[in-house]
Design a protein around this ligand. Structure first.
Ligand code: G
Ligand code: G
Ligand code: MN
Ligand code: NA
Length: 250
């Protein structure tokens, strides 16, 4: 396919960069960090979304190279953030079956000088199901180094609850499909309430994704949700823009 050759060149030319979306503490009303979201801006100015190029990178064997490039860039950007802010970074499901993942990630953090305790890695359930034994080894390597692990897109897979009892996640991210429909669907409201209770019981921080409306934010705050993310709180933006918005000195 055409996109594959282009992708290889795009990584080399650093046309694929992380954008950053704020993660907001809903109790203290303040930004606690940012999730890095890959964006590919081609030379012609067009944007190719990650839902298109990440699967190609996986199939073409370019995901390791792409992840290394993005993580290095994100950690370098995050060096200029205030010290307490965390960097949240997505891993592709197939990467958790690579035993060397932990070493590679820690090498990048070491090279850049970004502390592991300020890094959070987002993984999905499907990542863990593929090769559970290797996933455990990799996650243990990362956790032992001080990195935190978030279970992403929670509620959309088929074995979320078994994953929760098998691993100790630091954070659960409720998939945005729940937030999108919970005001018009009374059952959805109860589901979110139950997930928040589950998080409290397990001692796991709960993040709600896809908050677009004031009323959704209000309801999630009433339910005691810890962290929020979504267009209402801030769209993903390039590093220069978040620095400007946040008035950091670069
Ligand atoms: O930013 P957007 O909502 O379009 O992201 C779409 C999907 O791409 C999400 O599932 C997100 O987790 C994934 N994604 C975004 N950036 C990265 C990245 O750097 N690495 C991986 N593996 N997935 C990413
Ligand atoms: O799978 P993951 O949760 O990593 O993907 C996050 C995706 O959600 C990114 O593509 C990001 O651009 C998108 N996103 C972030 N906030 C919102 C929002 O408020 N509404 C919608 N529809 N998408 C969002
Ligand atoms: Mn994510
Ligand atoms: Na998600």
């Amino acid at each position: 396919v055409r996109i594959e050759g282009d992708l290889r060149a795009a990584i080399r030319k650093a046309e694929i960069v992380p954008y950053y979306q704020p993660l907001v503490d809903l109790k203290a009303n303040k930004i606690i960090g940012f999730e890095a979201l890959a964006r590919w801006k081609t030379a012609s100015g067009a944007f190719i979304p990650p839902s298109e190029f990440i699967p190609v990178a996986e199939e073409a064997g370019l995901i390791v190279e792409l992840t290394d490039h993005l993580l290095r860039r994100a950690c370098t950007d995050a060096l200029s953030w205030p010290n307490e802010l965390v960097l949240s970074f997505n891993l592709s499901p197939i990467q958790l079956s690579d035993r060397l993942l932990g070493l590679r990630i820690l090498k990048i953090l070491g090279d850049v000088g970004f502390p592991p305790h300020r890094v959070e890695l987002e993984v999905t359930e499907s990542a863990i199901i593929q090769d559970a034994a290797t996933a455990r080894i990799v996650l243990d390597d990362l956790v032992n180094a001080g990195i935190r692990i978030a279970l992403d897109d929670f509620g959309t897979g088929y074995s979320s609850l078994s994953q929760l009892s098998n691993y100790r996640f630091d954070k659960i991210k409720i998939d945005r499909s729940f937030v999108a429909s919970f005001e018009t669907n009374d059952k959805q409201d109860k589901v979110i309430k139950a997930i928040i209770a589950l998080g409290t019981g397990l001692g796991v921080t709960i993040t709600a994704e896809g908050i677009e409306e004031e009323s959704q934010l209000q309801r999630l705050q009433d339910l005691g949700c810890d962290i929020g993310q979504g267009y209402l709180l801030g769209r993903p933006a390039p590093i220069e823009e978040i620095a400007r918005r946040s008035r950091w000195h670069q």
